[in-house]
Ligand binder design. Structure first.
Ligand code: 5GP
Ligand code: ZN
Length: 113
């Protein structure tokens, strides 16, 4: 989609700090990290949110999440990690290209929750 920020990140038109990439999925650091290593995992194909995902796209995204979580664990040494996905404006979605937040946690006072 031509006016979608995350599609522009996929195409390279907007730069991002890449964490992981394969044929179907891209993961990159959130521009406004709520904790150190806050990462977004997206399908390269434009789908607005969970309601639009096909089982195949969901599989592509979810099958790499453990790998990415472990890469973040290795890099940032968190003591926990939240996966969060907002679907629809009223559920807190602000970018309408499906994404899963991976939020490493560092204990009390880590800035999130
Ligand atoms: P949502 O509120 O839709 O669940 O999350 C959207 C996320 O995208 C926010 O955490 C926001 O900081 C992040 N974001 C918005 N624009 C950009 C951008 O241009 N680059 C990156 N890396 N993250 C972005
Ligand atoms: Zn998009």
């Amino acid at each position: 989609m031509s006016d979608c920020i995350f599609c522009k990140i996929v195409s390279g038109e907007i730069p991002s700090a890449k964490v992981f990439e394969n044929e179907h999925v891209l993961a990159f650091l959130d521009i406004s990290q709520v904790t150190k290593g806050h990462t977004l995992v997206i399908p390269k194909i434009h789908k607005e949110n969970l309601f639009e995902l096909t089982p195949e796209i969901a599989r592509n995204v979810f099958e790499v999440i453990p790998t990415i979580a472990n890469a973040l664990k290795e890099e940032y040494e968190p003591i926990g990690l939240n996966t969060i996905n907002n679907n629809g404006e009223h559920a807190g979605q602000s970018v309408f290209h499906y994404h899963m937040h991976l939020i490493p946690r560092y204990g009390k006072g880590d800035g999130f929750g």
